[in-house]
Every structure is written in C-alpha cells, then in structure tokens.
Design a protein around this ligand. Structure first.
Ligand code: DCP
Ligand code: MG
Length: 619
C-alpha cells in the first residue's frame, strides 16, 4: 500500500497551467517582466569532459584518442572516447589503464617549491607538490569571454569552471521584433488593445538547431534517435519561436568556441535555469537540446526527483520517506498545503520546481573574484614549526600567479587581507589574518613573507617551546580576501584606514596627525600634500581628506592614485550620509527572501533553522 496515497490528490492538467500562458502584446512589449516573462528563455552550456579537453587541446592530441586527467592515483576527468571503454571518474588510474591500455593519462599540473609556475613534472608527489587548476581556470575564462562577445545583450552567469547560464530573453525579444515587425503594436481593430493575445506564430523549422525533446513520453528504447524537427502535433507557441531563436544564437557561439578554442560543449535551452540545466545533459557530448514548454510534463514526470539539484540531499530523502515516492510524477500528487504543513512555508519552492517553475535569476557575477584560496591537504601532517615554510611558499606561488593574472585584466586589484588557516582533521582549526600591503608587484616572496609571519604567530612558539606545534597540522590554507579593484574600492579604502589604526572614516585621525606634525620640516604628510592628487577638501565639512600612507608612494601609478582618491571621496560622502541616516529612526524590516542555494548564510546563523532550510545545513 502506497504510504503517500492518503495524502495524495488527483493529478490534473491544471498542475502545468503555467506552461501555456496566453501571450499578449503587453507581455511582448514590456521590457521588465523578469522571471515572470512568458517569453523567458534560459540556456545552460557545459563543456564536455572539461579538464580532459583542456589537456587534449594543450597537448594537441587527436580528440578521438581516449584521454584521462589524473590527480595522484584518482581520475578527475575522462574524455568521451575513454568513456566508451567503461572508464569513469570512479576508477583508479591503474584500473583505467587495464580497461584501455592505449589510454593517454595526463597528470594535472602541480606546484613545486621554488618554481614560480606550476608544471607538468615527472612523477609529481602529493608529499611535496600541490595541484594547480590554473590552466583550466584560464581556459574557462576564454570560453566565458566568447559567450560575452558572441551574445551581446544576454545576461551571462558563470555557474562553475565549465558551465554558464545565459538569459536570452532580451536578445530574443530584439530578434522577434526585428523579424516580425507586425508584432510591434496590436492591430487597430484589436478588441483588447495591448491585452490582445498575439496572433498564431509562424511555422518553426528546428533544423540544425539541436535535439527537440519530444512532448510525448520518451520511448524506452534509448537508441531511438530523436529527429531534430518538431514532428509532434502540439501547437507551436511564440515561446517556441523564442526558444528556436535562442538555439540559433547559442549554436553559433558553440561552433565558434569549438573552432577557435577546440572545446565541444553541450547546451540545454528552456524556460528557466532549472530546466536549462536538466536539459543540457539530455544528449552529451557536443549537443544542444531544447525543452519546449509542451514537453516539460512528460520530461519531468518519470524523472527520479532526487536527481534534481537541491533534492539530492537530506530534503530529497525526507520527501521520499515521508510520501514513499520516487519520481517527480509521484510527488506531483502531494498538495501544496500538505507539503507546507510538513516541510514549512518555503517548500513552495519544491512544489513549483516539480511543475517546471523556477524563479531564480540569471545573475552576472562581478568580474572580480572577491577571494582566492590556495590549500593543501597534507599527506603527512606537519609536526614541527619549521616544516610550515615549504607549504607556505608553494601556496604563495599559487596566490601570486592568480592575483597577477587577475591584475592583467584589472591592474588595480588589491586583496585587503591575507589569511592563514591550519587544521587538524575536521575538529581543530585555527586561523590568523593580517592586512595585506598595497604593493604593485605582488611576488611569491612578499606573499610567503606575510604567510610565514602568520604561521609564526599561529604556531611559532606556542606553550613557550619554540619548535613545538599546537597540534599536528593536516591541512594548510593561504587565502586573499576582500579583493577589490581600487576604482570600486570604497570598502577597500575603509579597510585601509582600519588596518592602519585610522579607522575613522572621516579621516580625522589623519588630519590630527598632520596638525601634530606641522612643526616638522618635511614629514611624509607634508611631502604628500605637495602631490596634487593625494587629498581633497570636503564641501560639507570643509576638512582636507588625505589618502592613506601606502597610496602616497611617489612611484605609485598616477591612475591608481586617482582611482583611490575617487573612492575616498565616495566613502567620505557616504560617511556623511551614514551620519544623517543614523539620526533617522530605524525602518529596517521585512523577511529575508528564501534562497535554496544560500541556505547557510552567516546572517541567519543565529536563527534557528526551520522548514526546509534545515535540510540544507552544511554536511
Ligand atoms: N571535476 C572534478 N571532480 C569532480 C567533478 C568535476 O575535478 N568530482 C572537474 C573535472 C571536470 C570539470 O570539473 O572536467 C567539470 O565537471 P563536469 O561535471 O562538467 O564534468 P566533465 O566536464 O568532465 O564531463 P561532462 O562532459 O559530463 O560535463
Ligand atoms: Mg562538463
């Protein structure tokens, strides 16, 4: 007897009502409907066997040759020719070679002490080397840039090292208006003006646009190749036209990525992020799949719902147990009220996902990475303080390379803080941080010196016994945090003040220092006041505000100083604004929006987790 039966309701077509909305001229001509746009089109593009492809391209190996990337003894990427031999990421390198003796095995690049750059060394050893993913990161940026250049007007969100979401809604809208100019206004005799539904769409040719997922249930025979034309008799909609336009644009960029960079990709195109991601793996590799709204119910219903992102963990397990269900179709019979009663208000998110509704935005992330982390799990724990230096240098080399590479695109990048974190297993951990000096040339030596200092403070002479360690260190992490470009460096500047004991945003400490120092003939403040771009006078408080000392170095790039000064101005005016606001009564209220992907945000840490949030707690 099905346990969930008692709580089940009858499944009706109304469950998928949202998938076939009436589209009016008002919808089409509105430009800010956001996730509610009935013509919304989102794609997810994922590179095929990415690390393996990076090595195949780097080494100019024929793509038909089976190739894997190993990290020590494990495999981290397996190309499609190798997968034909039954090799998977689960295999050990030696076992993979047994399955396919001609397999090309490439060890991921590693850092080695004394080398500035990672390399492909003979027999890298986890006892002395550290994995480097820099090459893959670089290739990933190249692919991302091709999306940016090839899809002007589209919103692009890098989702992982080899995936990006693309919101095609805007460029598709433009193309629709360009190709079908009669849509630009309702006919003069339209009864409801802008609220008149659009006329029937023109026939769509899906030729060359990819695999269109059928609207009828999938045949069980997997060899059945689907035609790339839409053969079923479901009426095409304007949303289908929008999908086909996005498929055309996506197809061009994918071909371009392949011909210019050598990487094949697989894309999924549908009405939202969740469906785009699910559709991207429909046919892999080198494919493009399109999920029409009409195909969503039959595509989702047989799917084991625990395969859905965020439903694979504790929540999925709890749902499966509570209702004794396996597939999306099974779970569709559970009413919203029932689900919310058991799993809290926020389970509306699950309820909607099962019906093909996902309201999450495609959000372009800042081009600037806010932090960089280099870490090493040590195969042999550190037991003596003197052993720390080797790893700190290795980690410093990685940070130096990454920061300097990022500075090629944004020369004014500067990490506010350097953090050293050491751990013993998962139980004991300690960290220490310090302000990172603003220097133009960030070298391995500078980073390693800062890291060494933190190391000494952290483990150096604990318990009064030099050389003794607080605990066996099994993992070391060195990171930069608060990385900001000086032109957006309002907070960096603030940090600068704080870090140097002059946290007063008003700059009065600096001012005081200047006044105190006036009797000296040529102190650094005076020297700096002769630089035209080192200070400004505030119109409001009439005070003279100076740049912090580290930015007064005469040799410093004038552009950097100008940007820092602009940021300082903004910050100072914010200081006045904050003062005014602090006098006004506090108006902050309102509940935080639930985000399934950010369930353990710090802000909420104090609050007791409730509803489905508790299912997303850190493992
Ligand atoms: N990766 C890894 N360890 C994992 C998963 C992935 O190191 N457990 C790395 C290697 C992959 C890259 O991330 O090449 C991208 O991950 P994908 O899951 O997209 O896997 P692939 O790109 O290798 O294969 P696919 O063609 O299935 O996307
Ligand atoms: Mg991939």
């Amino acid at each position: 007897m099905w346990k969930g039966k008692a709580k089940a309701t009858e499944l009706t077509e109304a469950d998928f009502d949202d998938l076939d909305p009436v589209i009016t001229y008002r919808h089409l001509l509105s430009h800010n409907l956001g996730v509610k746009d009935p013509l919304r089109v989102v794609a997810l593009c994922d590179s095929d066997a990415f690390y393996a492809a990076c090595e195949q391209v780097r080494l100019k190996v024929d793509p038909a040759i089976p190739l894997v990337v190993r990290q020590w003894d494990s495999l981290i990427a397996v190309n499609y020719p190798a997968r034909k031999f039954g090799i998977s990421r689960m295999d050990k390198a030696d076992d993979a070679l047994k399955k396919c003796p001609e397999l090309k095995v490439v060890h991921v690049a590693t850092y080695k002490e004394g080398e500035k750059e990672p390399g492909y060394w003979d027999k890298p050893d986890t006892k002395t080397h550290k994995v480097s993913l820099d090459h893959y990161r670089r290739e990933s940026v190249k692919i991302y840039n091709m999306f940016k250049e090839g899809l002007p007007g589209a919103e692009i969100e890098k989702a992982s090292i080899d995936e990006a979401f693309v919101d095609f809604t805007r460029p598709v809208r433009e193309k629709l208006m360009e190709r079908y100019p009669y849509l630009s206004q309702p006919p003069t005799d339209a009864p409801d003006g802008l609220d008149t539904p659009l006329p029937p769409p023109p026939p769509i040719s899906w030729d060359g646009l990819g695999t269109v997922i059928p609207t009828t249930p999938e045949p069980t025979d997997d060899n059945n190749e689907h035609s790339s034309t839409c053969e079923d008799d479901t009426l095409a909609t304007w949303h289908d036209v929008a999908l086909s336009m996005a498929a055309e644009m996506m197809g061009k960029v994918r071909v371009d990525i392949h011909s210019k960079l050598g990487y094949t990709t697989s894309a999924g195109i549908g009405r939202n992020k969740f469906l785009a991601k699910l559709t991207a793996s429909y046919r892999k590799p080198n494919s493009q799949s399109i999920l029409r709204n009409a195909a969503i119910p039959n595509y989702l219903k047989p799917m084991p719902f625990q395969k859905i992102r965020f439903l694979g963990g504790k929540l999925g397990k709890a749902l499966a147990e509570e209702y004794d269900v396996k597939t999306v179709g099974d779970l569709l019979t559970i009413s919203l009220e029932e689900m919310q009663r058991k799993f809290g208000e926020n389970s509306i998110w699950v309820y909607e996902i099962l019906r093909g509704i996902d309201r999450s935005d495609v959000k372009e992330k800042s081009a600037i990475t806010k932090s960089m982390l280099a870490s090493k799990n040590l195969p042999k724990p550190i037991v003596k303080t003197s052993e720390g230096h080797h790893w700190i240098r290795v980690l410093a080399a990685e940070l130096a390379l990454r920061l300097n590479e990022a500075r090629e695109a944004s020369p004014t990048l500067w990490p506010r803080t350097i953090v050293l974190h050491i751990r013993q297993g998962y139980q004991t951990s300690r960290s220490k941080q310090a302000a990172f000096p603003f220097v133009r040339n960030v070298t391995v030596d500078i980073i390693a010196a800062a890291g060494d200092k933190l190391w000494k403070e952290l483990v150096g002479a604990r318990d009064g016994a030099p050389g003794s360690m607080p605990f066996k260190v099994s993992s070391v992490q060195l990171s930069f945090t608060g990385i900001e470009s000086m032109n957006a460096a309002q907070q960096s500047i603030e940090g600068f003040f704080k870090n140097r004991g002059s946290s007063d945003a008003e700059g009065s400490n600096l001012k005081r220092k200047r006044e105190d120092d006036t009797s000296h003939s040529m102190d650094s403040d005076q020297a700096i006041s002769e630089l035209p771009t080192a200070s400004f006078t505030c119109d409001r408080c009439r005070k003279r505000i100076h740049l912090p000392e580290a930015l007064r170095d005469i040799s410093l790039d004038e552009d950097i100083r100008a940007e820092a000064l602009a940021a300082l101005r903004t910050e100072h005016s914010d200081f006045h604004l904050a003062q005014e606001l602090s006098k006004a009564p506090d108006k902050s209220s309102g509940g935080a929006k639930f985000r399934p992907n950010t369930p353990t945000r710090k802000k909420n840490k104090q609050k007791e987790t409730s509803g489905i949030t508790k299912f997303f707690s850190r493992q």
